[in-house]
Design a protein around this ligand. Structure first.
Ligand code: SF4
Ligand code: SF4
Length: 311
């Protein structure tokens, strides 16, 4: 990096999540628009990464990069997921989930010379996905932490993960992931699965509190866990936090499992006239299935209520 090269400023409006306050996003976007700096805005960096958008390669190949988005670990692995790894040097990532708009703008615009900003005051504010469009939510693997244990691959019901030709677990089908389900992140013993739009660290790519005991304790026997008595498996684990994580992952997985019921059982169900699920959870936002769904079985996971009486 040379200090004389004008920065390439990339701004993510994170329009499909609430992890950055709307006031901050609007103030930063307005500040960039009014500044002498040229900048590249996007509504959703996750979406660009899932589509391996060539824009990310162009940004990653710049010499002086400033990115306004979320946690650095999430941003770096999103770029890597897109086949556009950011260089180690010459990159400043400004985390907009904390700090004021003024602080963020100061970090982005420090030393910026008057650039090719003509016309950018007219730039429209990036928008959230329209009703019915995909809201990019999917796991991003931190390969600095991943040991390739395949626990996430075996745990996910929806074919999100695959094994690559070099025998690594990779996110092959991001759009298969269920909106707001972070179950595989909780089951990963290495805290290597990131959901950038999750509200809490370390799942959102925030700092990992390296607690080896946690890693050891969450290295569960998945076969035993998935076919056996979850609570017996949990009783054998040390550590309350770990037990909570695994239990929560199982509950999230169960909630999503009703989505696979129509696919797996539709033919049998139609032949036998037995009911399949029609709960209104996000798993069922698959229009092609909507006509064929029927009332849930009484013991369907999505019919169970929690302590507050919610399904
Ligand atoms: S569970 Fe975690 S460590 Fe194991 S393969 Fe998946 S991402 Fe890697
Ligand atoms: S377990 Fe849930 S969060 Fe993880 S990839 Fe599968 S659907 Fe997505």
């Amino acid at each position: 990096m040379t200090s004389s090269s004008p920065p390439t400023i990339f701004y993510c409006h994170c329009a499909n999540a609430d992890i950055i306050s709307q006031d901050v996003r609007q103030a930063v976007f307005t500040g960039l628009r009014a500044s002498p700096a040229a900048f590249e805005p996007t509504s959703d960096l996750c979406g660009l990464a899932a589509e391996r958008d060539p824009l990310l390669k162009r940004i990653a190949s710049s010499r002086n990069i400033r990115i306004a988005a979320c946690h650095e670990r999430a941003v770096r692995w999103l770029f890597a997921t897109a086949g556009a790894p950011l260089p180690d040097e010459g990159v400043k990532i400004v985390n907009m989930t904390s700090g004021s708009a003024d602080e963020i703008l100061t970090a982005l615009l420090a030393g910026v010379p008057c650039g090719s900003c003509c016309g950018q005051s007219e730039r429209p504010e990036p928008q959230a996905a329209a009703e019915g469009q995909w809201k990019p939510w999917f796991p991003v693997i931190d390969y600095d932490r991943c040991t390739g244990c395949k626990q996430c691959l075996n745990f996910c019901l929806f074919g999100v993960f695959e094994i690559s030709s070099d025998d690594k677990v990779r996110v092959a089908n991001p759009a298969n992931c269920k909106l707001n389900c972070p179950a595989c992140a909780r089951i990963c013993p290495e805290t290597a699965v990131i959901f950038p739009k999750h509200p809490s660290p370390p799942i959102n790519g925030g700092t990992v509190d390296d607690d080896q005991a946690h890693a050891e304790a969450t290295r569960v026997n998945l076969q035993e866990l998935l076919k056996g008595d979850v609570y017996e498996v949990l009783r054998q684990r040390d550590g309350r936090k770990v037990a909570q994580d695994i239990q929560q992952a199982m509950e999230e997985r169960a909630k999503c499992s009703c989505a696979s019921k129509p696919l797996e059982t539709l033919r049998a169900s139609m032949a036998a006239s037995s009911p399949v699920c029609d709960c209104d959870c996000e798993c069922h936002e698959v229009e092609s299935q909507a006509d064929t769904l029927q009332p849930c079985e009484p013991d369907c996971d999505c019919n169970q209520t929690d302590d507050d009486g919610r399904k």
